[in-house]
Design a protein around this ligand. Structure first.
Ligand code: URA
Length: 433
């Protein structure tokens, strides 16, 4: 086979056969196909697209480019969850212990944050001593004993996707539905769960800005997963403003703990219950959304969910004391209130810009090797639809550096828009597939 022929075929709008896709991914992973030829093919796919079969074949070839995680030693239906990412998205921190406390075995691989979106692993490292760099044996043993474990993505999980994603990132070929769907799903399939619940975000802080694109991406991923024999559910949810009030690693952990205590923000609690109920249904612990939500709420009320979080943190090297004493989480030296420049209703928050503010404060990674400050971030006091008086606090910046705080404040104020009338409320959940 020759890469030249595959590029030409796709350039001319023809379909690639399974054997061609398998060969191409194998040869690219082991360095036999140069980046310039793969870039040309990605651009041809970008313009010509791929059909359902090609997309599935690409996904499977990437999932098989490294070791697939074998979860067969774990009893019960393994349910994974994936979010397409956003600002203040601490969902896994609350959701994972919550569903585990209802009897769903959770064996999850998570990533670190890059750019304006955070990563679950960074957030979890706010617990002193906690580590996700654990051997697969410990990961499986913990799921079988306490029902929950999270490990970092191994280098051998879908390595073809890792290489291809980095290439797409610098060749303007990321935002193609089939390529995004196959990239995400290759990692999910390789991570071994029986059922996958997807949280596909839409809005100014999401990858998919429009509702239409978010639904299309969700459809594409659900189709791939079903064709690969997995049980699939997807919710399309709002990311037009940050989720909850906290943005920044330790601040988000605190908010997730509050949510497991029953005192979390309304929007975040609604999302956690919505995703959690789909996970309980997928794991055959509940028949319908209403009974699943009842189980989840009970687990919050009787303290099981919080105890599960503590057991999970302890099993992975932490002391777990922050769960009952969140004031022991990393805290920044300065708390700076940002006053509102005018009176009125908050009509819009440019969500990704709020993520950038957290990045500027030191809470995110500019490059893969940046060291992050777990203690910094923002605590919003006003969100879309709220009325604010001039001079009233819009948010509190948690900072360790005056200059960075100044830059973040300037950027923050540019992200807020005001109006004289109250804007219509956006739903948290746009739909389900
Ligand atoms: N996230 C991924 O993992 N892959 C993409 O292509 C886009 C987002």
């Amino acid at each position: 086979m020759r890469m030249y022929d595959l590029i030409r075929k796709k350039r001319d709008g023809e379909r690639l056969a399974k054997e061609e896709i398998d060969w191409m991914i194998r040869s690219y992973t082991n360095g036999e196909i140069p980046d310039y030829q793969m870039s040309a093919l990605m651009m041809a796919i970008y313009f010509r697209g791929m059909n359902e079969q090609e997309t599935l074949n690409l996904t499977l070839a990437m999932a098989d480019s490294g070791e697939r995680l074998d979860l067969s030693a774990i009893h019960g239906i393994k349910v994974d969850k994936h979010s397409t990412g956003g600002v203040g998205d601490k969902t896994s921190l609350a959701l994972v212990p919550l569903v585990a406390s209802c009897g769903i075995p959770v064996a999850k691989m998570s990533g670190r944050g890059l750019g304006h979106t955070g990563g679950t692993i960074d957030k979890l490292e706010s617990f002193s001593g906690f580590s996700t760099a654990i051997p697969v044996e410990t990961f499986i043993k913990n799921v079988n004993t306490i029902g929950i474990s999270i490990m970092g993505q191994t280098a051998d999980l879908a390595p073809a996707d890792k290489k291809l994603y980095a290439l797409r990132d610098v060749t303007a070929t990321v935002d193609n539905l089939s390529l995004i769907a196959s990239s995400i799903m290759s990692k999910k399939l390789a991570a071994g769960a029986d059922a996958i619940v997807l949280d596909v975000k839409t809005g100014s802080g999401a990858f998919m800005k429009s509702e239409e694109d978010a639904f299309a991406l969700a459809e594409e991923m659900v189709t791939i997963g079903k064709n690969a024999g997995r049980q699939m559910h997807a919710l399309i949810t709002d990311m037009d403003q940050p989720l909850g009030y906290a943005i920044g690693n330790a601040l988000e952990v605190k908010e997730a703990i509050a949510t497991l205590n029953g005192s979390g923000p309304e929007d975040f609690t609604e999302l956690v219950l919505a995703l959690g109920s789909r996970m309980l249904i997928a794991g055959k612990k509940a028949e319908d959304v209403a009974s699943a939500e009842k189980m989840l709420r009970q687990s919050i009320q009787n303290g099981d969910a919080l105890r599960k979080l503590e057991a999970f943190v302890k099993a992975q090297g932490g002391t777990g004391e922050e769960v009952s004493h969140p004031e022991k989480l990393p805290a920044a030296s300065m708390q700076i209130a940002v006053p509102s420049p005018k009176s009125g209703y908050i009509s819009h928050i440019q969500c990704d810009e709020i993520g950038v503010c957290s990045l500027l404060l030191g809470g995110g990674r500019e490059t893969k090797d940046s060291v992050i400050d777990l203690s910094v971030g923002l605590e919003l006091k006003k969100k879309v639809g709220d009325y604010v008086e001039k001079g009233e606090t819009l948010a509190v910046l948690h900072a360790n550096d005056q200059e960075k705080a100044g830059q973040a404040e300037e950027r923050f104020l540019r992200a807020y828009r005001f109006s004289e009338t109250q804007p219509p409320k956006r739903p948290m959940i746009f739909g389900e597939i």
